[in-house]
Design a protein around this ligand. Structure first.
Ligand code: NAP
Length: 285
């Protein structure tokens, strides 16, 4: 097997950002509207604060405004829900992102569900999940959307291929499985109760690792010529796939970092842009 294609997420993210930037200028010129993403940070968890800051900066670079809403860690559920409601009602806000996780005394699912699906650009509501499953595509959870964008950018065929997804979380494993199914892949979903994950992965034409365990997917499990997408991101910049050994077997592989991660943020920008265009009557899809 020759060298695999490196599925360069930074390149894909750059292409998405350029497109969003152009569309933002067009929307400004045509309608005088600047898209706006509201981010809600509850409490003072440093990693969450960093993620929110990164997302705000990414918006700024492509001509999207961001409104940062910071709430105290001891906020009540009612106050959180009314904050979300007021953002739902604000016509200047096109997207709402509630940074996960929120403090444990709060019901995160209820808070997610309070987001208007038309503004759910992070794809966390059950309405968005249902639409993803039914193939409306508005708006899938960002990491699954990013994975499909990477595969499309590199013209990786999915129809008729056997995709094995390791992980079934509501934000990643399950929705990416639906997106792959919508593309006519035959999908196997593995989880913590799956018997012999290695044997399932060994049959895959496309492997998506979304386990949250460093180097869980071993190189020797990978079928010769398979496409390997590593959504994992563990401390020390380590993915969920054993990279070096998988590199020897794969026909294409995402690096960590620089694979799925950058495209996830770019997808959030793209979906905010789509929401703004839709509310301005430019994009009815
Ligand atoms: P999660 O909610 O912890 O889900 C992990 C999934 O892996 C679960 O479905 C779990 O199965 C499954 N699993 C755990 N142990 C397993 C085993 N031994 N065999 C088979 N399956 C097993 O994690 P997540 O939020 O989906 O995130 C997964 C990874 O993606 C993490 O590394 C995270 O950092 C990364 N991530 C990256 C991005 C990005 O933008 N790149 C975004 C989000 C997440 P059960 O359902 O049976 O428990």
């Amino acid at each position: 097997m020759g060298e695999p294609v490196i599925l360069d997420g930074r390149k894909v993210a750059q292409a998405i950002r350029e497109d969003v930037s152009e569309r933002a200028s067009h929307l400004k010129q045509a309608k005088g509207i600047t898209p706006c993403l509201a981010t809600i940070l509850v409490g003072d968890d440093p990693s969450s604060a960093t993620y929110v800051k990164m997302k705000g900066k990414a918006c700024e670079k492509v001509g999207i405004d961001s409104k940062k809403v910071t709430l105290p860690a001891d906020i009540t559920q009612d106050d959180l829900m009314s904050t979300i409601q007021s953002l739902n009602d604000d016509p200047a806000i096109n997207g709402i992102l509630l940074q996960h996780p929120i403090p444990s005394h709060l019901d995160e699912r209820a808070a997610f569900e309070a987001i208007d699906p038309e503004k759910d650009v992070d794809g966390v509501t059950s309405a968005s999940f249902g639409r993803t499953g039914l193939g409306f595509g508005q708006y899938p959870s960002c990491t699954p959307g990013a994975i499909i964008s990477i595969l499309d950018y590199y013209d990786i065929p999915l129809e008729g291929k056997h995709a094995v997804v390791v992980g079934r979380s509501p934000i990643l494993g399950k929705p990416v499985s639906l997106l792959l199914l919508n593309r006519n892949a035959t999908v196997t979903i593995c989880h913590s109760r799956t018997v012999d994950v290695a044997a399932k992965v060994a049959e895959a034409d496309v492997v998506v690792a979304a386990v949250g365990k460093p180097e869980f997917v071993k190189g020797h499990w990978i079928k010769e010529g398979a496409v390997v997408v590593d959504a994992g991101y563990n401390p020390g910049n380590i993915g969920d796939v054993e990279y070096d050994a998988s590199y020897q077997k794969a026909s294409a592989i995402t690096p960590v970092p620089g694979g799925v991660g950058p495209v996830t943020i770019a997808t959030l920008l793209k979906q905010t842009m789509e929401s703004a265009e839709k509310s301005a009557g430019l994009n009815k899809s």
